[in-house]
Ligand binder design. Structure first.
Ligand code: CTP
Ligand code: CA
Length: 233
């Protein structure tokens, strides 16, 4: 469309990207979290911006610098990440790369929990909202292309295909995080891109070589551009 150029195929497109972990408080000094450096999600935000997209990066607590040319909204909890992601709509593209904590403590303590004679406390957990599924099922506000990630320790393709079908997103980037693959906190990633096919349980699968997280992000951003803004012949 007007404004589109070969080097900025996503000019005029808006994107929301989630990245990093969420921290769910137990009390003011303790939290529950997933492992996540935020490297892959931040790289995706930067890669979309490099192709011209107007990007809002909703980031949980990470030690990374803000990517250049991206609007960054910092959050702590899954509830805050969901609100900030919804606040970034309307968008053409959503990429959920955050490692959201699946559970939060149902009633976090207002004061630090102290050790005592009664032994360890019992935590009652509540399930967190699914940001990816919420965005993918947002009705008229749904971004045109909704992409999730799936980190699995076994049966990577089967679990990723099930997530694609269940969450209602368009693509899933699946990676194997079994110990020894060096994915967590590392600079490389080996992923499969699953795209929803005619039947949701039979996606189209592309297996990418082991690449740096920056290269995975660049390839993903290019695939998004090819889908949303195919070059005008
Ligand atoms: N996700 C999300 N909000 C959540 C949980 C997950 O947005 N509360 C997104 C992640 O950002 C990722 C995708 O959903 O893009 C898959 O996350 P994953 O943890 O692999 O899936 P879950 O549905 O939580 O399943 P599991 O029981 O394997 O953790
Ligand atoms: Ca999860």
């Amino acid at each position: 469309f007007a404004g589109q150029s070969a080097s900025k195929p996503l000019a005029g497109r808006r994107a929301v990207v989630t990245s990093g972990p969420t921290h769910e408080p137990i009390d003011p000094v303790r939290y529950i979290a997933n492992r996540s450096s935020g490297k892959q999600g931040h790289a995706v935000a930067a890669a979309l911006a490099a192709l011209g997209a107007d990007v809002t990066l909703v980031s949980g607590p990470v030690t990374l610098a803000d990517p250049m040319g991206v609007r960054v909204v910092r959050v702590e909890t899954a509830a805050e990440m969901l609100a900030a992601s919804q606040g970034a709509l309307p968008a053409d593209i959503a990429v959920c790369a955050a490692a959201v904590a699946d559970w939060r403590v149902a009633a976090a303590a207002g004061d630090k929990v102290k050790k005592g004679p009664d032994g360890p406390p019992t935590l009652t957990l509540a399930e967190n909202p699914d940001i990816l599924a919420t965005l993918a099922q947002a009705g008229p506000a749904r971004p045109r292309l909704v992409v999730g990630f799936a980190a699995e320790t076994r049966d990577v393709l089967a679990y990723a295909a099930a997530k694609l079908a269940k969450k209602g997103c368009d693509w899933i980037v699946a990676n194997d995080v079994a110990t020894g693959t060096g994915t967590f906190g590392g600079d490389d990633n080996q992923v499969h891109l699953l795209r929803r096919g005619a039947a949701p349980e039979a996606p189209l699968i592309e297996t990418w070589p082991r690449l740096s997280k920056t290269e995975v992000a660049a390839r993903l951003a290019q695939a998004i551009a090819d889908t949303l803004s195919p070059p005008i012949a």
